[in-house]
Design a protein around this ligand. Structure first.
Ligand code: XMP
Ligand code: MG
Length: 186
């Protein structure tokens, strides 16, 4: 799906497909350098990170493994509280592994802060974070992402895996959702 397919539901496009692709090329090269000689385990956070995982992992030249975790945040609407529960845990024992978390967006930081300490407690050799997007103005807790695609304003975005009520994940680019969509009956 492209933004032309949903002109009334978005305010503006924030990132084009090409911008995303170029950024992933750049970051994948950096990851290849940083992890040379090490075996990488990518851990994707379901379901927003699915597109990032598919497109980032295929750009990495080094051998790697992929696993997935699903977590739920208890919160109201679009804000998370930091109270988090694992819905689907990893298949992999990450002890002594070099873990790179693959996430779509770093917002308040509560989710990734919790996930990083949860994974760290399992004894990996290292845990780092890739996030395609971050909203610096929304940060509530300090979390260091080693690889960041783009800083974006504090607005609700959709597309490229990011959803509103499970919709728009198949949008090829990233866009600000029109506030009318929130208030319309679903
Ligand atoms: P925190 O606040 O814990 O939130 O850093 C991270 C999670 O919240 C979701 N999120 C969004 N999802 N558009 C979305 O579709 C957004 O603008 C947005 N901001 C936060 C997302 O699930 C992320 O993993
Ligand atoms: Mg997410």
């Amino acid at each position: 799906m492209k933004i032309q397919d949903i002109p009334n539901e978005i305010v503006r496009e924030v990132l084009t497909e090409e911008q995303i692709e170029n950024k992933l090329d750049e970051i994948a090269k950096q990851i290849d350098k940083d992890y040379e000689g090490k075996e990488l385990l990518l851990i994707g956070v379901l379901g927003g990170a699915v597109m990032c995982m598919a497109d980032l992992s295929r750009r990495i030249s080094s051998p790697l493994e992929i696993d997935w975790i699903a977590i739920s945040t208890y919160g109201q609407g679009t804000t998370s509280t930091g109270v988090i529960r694992i819905l689907k845990d990893l298949y992999t024992d990450i002890k002594n592994r070099h873990v790179l978390i693959v996430e779509d967006i770093l917002d308040s930081g509560l989710t990734l802060s919790w996930l990083k300490s949860n994974l760290t407690s399992r004894g990996p050799a290292s845990v780092e974070i890739f996030t395609l997007l971050q909203k610096p103005d929304a940060r509530k807790i300090e979390v260091e992402a080693k690889y960041v695609g783009f800083d974006i304003p504090n607005e609700f975005v959709i597309g490229y895996g990011l959803d509103y009520a499970q919709k728009y994940r198949n949008l090829r680019s990233i866009a600000v959702l029109h506030p009318d969509v929130y208030t319309q009956k679903s």
